[in-house]
Design a protein around this ligand. Sequence first.
Ligand SMILES: Nc1ncnc2c1ncn2[C@@H]1O[C@H](COP(=O)(O)OP(=O)(O)OP(=O)(O)O)[C@@H](O)[C@H]1O
Length: 260
Amino acid sequence: MASHTGELTPAVRVKDLHRSFNKAGGVLNGLDLDIAPGEFVALLGRSGSGKSTLLRALAGLDRGVTGTGRIEVPEKVSVVFQDSRLLPWKRLLDNVTLGLRVANAAERGVQALAEVGVAGREKAWPHELSGGEQQRAALARSLVRDPELLLADEPFGALDALTRIRMHTLLRKLCEVHQPAVLLVTHDVDEAIVLADRVIVLDDGVVRHDARIDIHGRRSQADPAFARLRAQLLTELGVEDDHDAPGRPTRAHLDERAAS
Ligand SMILES: Nc1ncnc2c1ncn2[C@@H]1O[C@H](COP(=O)(O)OP(=O)(O)OP(=O)(O)O)[C@@H](O)[C@H]1O
């Protein structure tokens, strides 16, 4: 997808995007954003800053909202939400392959479930799975479509801290294999730093901050670069960094327990 200038054609291109729900004011106010193919972008912002509104606009799920601007997204887009949105009356494999019109859909579904770590549960009903397993299945349902763009709105927000860390490892691995462009909405600054190639902060309906993450420094909380970036992002968000507060479990502790 290289252009004649040698630059990659973006997977996502958003230009001058405006969105509002009523006459009182805009939620997105002329937002511009490009995401490269295979790039993992985390989207932070205060509550109500328009993160979900942007994600829904990219997903084409914002009917009834007024606005202008240009959105270009790839043909194959998958969306994951905070809840798995599995259909309770369908078994797991049928949920994962729902609407998948390829000859080997069942085979691909079985493979995707194995890839996310729920092999052998194809015939289970969604309610027979834990919250973490349901989110794994939701990821399988997204990836079985081989998306060029994965949109994720707080996909781990409802999970406990240990499960969340396991899901981070899984998502990172899946992204290395499938290489979709990713836009991940999260409230968790550490999650953003651990997962993303780039973090953007939304404020007042535009991108206020846009930082590429140094891949070598981002994995460990103990790394000074990690702490510096966290402090910077928390300042952007107007939040105090309580990382050194007594009794706060560190990511390193949780990583150790997640690995055990
Ligand atoms: N369906 C709707 N009708 C009217 N207003 C809405 C609707 N959905 C969102 N809004 C408003 O738009 C603004 C942005 O909402 P949005 O959900 O995009 O924010 P967010 O950054 O995702 O917030 P949070 O972090 O709390 O999930 C908020 O002020 C919200 O009240």
